[in-house]
Ligand binder design. Structure first.
Ligand code: G1P
Ligand code: ZN
Length: 564
């Protein structure tokens, strides 16, 4: 293989404001990333945060969800990585890699980490968002210690090392070799689907799933023009033999077709409408980078993500992977409903409640204490990788349906019959002005602080014929059981005597203003109430939450933007 020689240029720079990574990487409006210095500063800071000895000659994986500006960012990363001693970049063909596939590739290549170019479920295009996220060598999102180190560097950065003449064609699979001031620099462009497909074939029984496809189950998946399209077509159509028309919006687009690539009842409304026609027995949607999923049954029967992970955990033995590894422990993010807690209790499994954000599951998995976990925000996954995994969740559901020969609704009814039902809803108030949103959180925090909480505990709130008495309230704090790191201020919790919970937190992934998230969770053991609509059952608690927080008065918002 012949290699071309490039020289390093040391460019002077000044820090860019606001490069603190949020819940999931640095996410901003595309126009913020477009000035070269903004993106280059952040990429240089990521590389500088890797200890010099480990960075020299290391492998990094690079890819993203195909959104607008990704191609430019890929080239910037190549130029900066080459000049900072990185030995090899593994890049998805055309820059594409779903977040779960990226997580797997980092692990498979024993890479030092990976740089994911995505703003997940946020809209894309020239008027949309862009994002850069760093994952560490375990394949998971960088923990706070690492993101804080990156942020500190962004505040004092003064030089960027890059190879401005190095331009790499990433459209064809294969290896290219370059020389950068006497050192070897390799680019390996890989098929984004191949390795991930093999992993799925190890986890699931593809023969059983193939049989299911040729049987009576009609299903449909909606990739919302995100990166999942090529994965879905390959797995469902080529490998499992499903008809092409089961894959909707499966061509990745830079602007996701102008839509919000977020698989929920509001933004995936077209799929919901289609499912309501009653033709399909199973439907699913994914977000831009393929880590989120929404599961629907016949006639649009909606499975809350909190229930989805509980059902998968209770039926883990339907999947060869868990037959082999067993289930080590279960975990959910704090605002996720308590449905999973009941499965853990019934199965005698270790259970963890962590703050919002997938990064909090990684340590537990690395320590072999956690197998299955989920977040109410349409995140479901296991220890096969260190990210949530939309396609994995769909294959898990299909496996359960195949093994149990039941419909989605029957599986849920059976599950609730055994464990009871946690009714759950989340209200999102997007793009609220920052100040009143902060004010609301401060007021709530003052109610539940250690000094004042005694006066709040025991308070009764009545709505109609329902009265709820406060049993516990706090601002959630988490100590990682493995590395003992402490994460404070993770959300206001108000827990009532019957176990019902109201939770408030501000989003850490928004790109402008504030997004208030209000979560309501209530347990019901009365079978006659299981088929009821969550919005009706939870109405008294919703009203109480609005009263306690003064959300309407403070933010001026009467109705949420999205209800899940
Ligand atoms: C949101 C979700 C959270 C998820 C994250 C990344 O974060 O609530 O569960 O891990 O996106 O997908 P938030 O905007 O609430 O900070
Ligand atoms: Zn995502």
């Amino acid at each position: 293989m012949s290699s071309k020689t490039f020289s390093v240029k040391v460019e002077s720079t000044v820090p860019c404001e606001g490069q603190k990574p949020g819940t999931s990487g640095l996410r901003k409006h595309v126009t913020v990333f477009q000035p070269w210095r903004y993106t280059a500063n952040f990429v240089q800071s990521i590389l500088a945060a890797i200890d010099g000895g480990r960075r020299e000659g290391c492998t990094l994986v690079v890819g993203g969800d195909g959104r607008f500006y990704m191609q430019t960012a890929v080239q910037i990363i190549i130029q900066i990585a080459a000049a900072n001693g990185v030995g090899k970049l593994v890049i998805g063909q055309n820059g594409l890699l779903s977040t779960p596939a990226m997580s797997f590739l980092i692990r498979k290549c024993k890479a030092e980490g990976g740089i994911i170019l995505t703003a997940s479920h946020n809209p894309g295009g020239p008027d949309g968002d862009f994002g850069i996220k760093f994952n560490t060598s375990n394949g998971g999102p960088a923990p706070e210690g690492v993101t804080n180190a990156i942020y500190e560097i962004t505040k004092t950065i003064s030089t960027i090392r890059h190879c401005p003449d190095l331009k790499v064609d990433v459209s064809a699979v294969g290896t290219q070799q370059y020389e950068v001031e006497g050192r070897k620099f390799v680019i390996e462009v890989v098929d984004p689907v191949e390795d991930y497909l093999k992993l799925m074939q190890e986890i699931f029984d593809f023969d059983a799933l193939k049989k299911q496809q040729s049987g009576s189950l009609k299903f449909v998946v909606d990739a919302m023009h995100g990166v999942v399209g090529p994965y879905a077509k390959r797995i469902f159509c080529q490998e499992l033999g499903a008809q092409e028309d089961c894959c909707l919006n499966c061509v990745p687009k830079e602007d996701f077709g102008g839509h919000h690539p977020d698989p929920n009842l509001t933004y995936a409304a077209d799929l919901v409408t289609l499912m309501k026609k009653g033709i399909h027995g199973f439907g699913a949607a994914f977000d831009g980078d393929g880590d989120r999923n929404m599961i629907l049954g016949k006639n649009g029967f909606f499975v809350t993500p909190s229930d989805s992970i509980a059902v998968i955990a209770a039926n883990a033995k339907c999947m060869p992977y868990f037959k082999k590894t067993g289930v080590k422990g279960l975990a959910r993010s704090m605002p996720t409903s308590g449905a999973l807690d009941r499965v853990a209790e019934a199965e005698g499994l270790e259970f963890f409640e962590v703050p919002t954000g997938w990064k909090f599951f990684g340590n537990l998995m690395d320590a072999s204490r956690l197998s299955l976990c989920g977040e109410e925000s349409f995140g479901t996954g296991s220890d096969h990788i260190r990210e949530k995994d939309g396609l994995w969740a769909v294959l898990a559901w299909m496996s359960i349906m195949a093994a149990r020969q039941m419909s989605v609704e029957e599986i849920l009814m059976d599950h609730w019959g055994k464990y009871g039902r946690n009714f759950f809803t989340r209200y999102d108030y997007e793009n609220v002005e920052s100040e009143p949103a902060q004010q609301m959180m401060t007021d709530l925090r003052n109610k539940v602080s250690t000094e004042t909480v005694a006066a709040f505990i025991g308070k009764e709130f009545t709505e109609g014929d329902k009265t709820y008495k406060v049993a516990k309230a706090d601002d959630f704090e988490y100590t990682d059981p493995i590395d003992k790191s402490v994460s404070k201020k993770q959300g206001i919790r108000i827990i009532f005597e019957d176990g019902s919970r109201i939770i408030f937190r501000l989003s850490g992934t928004g790109s402008s203003g504030a997004t208030v998230r209000m979560y309501i969770d209530s347990y019901e053991s009365d079978k006659t109430k299981f088929p009821l609509d969550a919005q009706i059952v939870l109405q008294p608690l919703i009203n109480i939450a609005l009263r306690i927080s003064q959300l309407r008065e403070l933010t001026g918002r009467q109705e949420p933007t999205v209800i899940t």
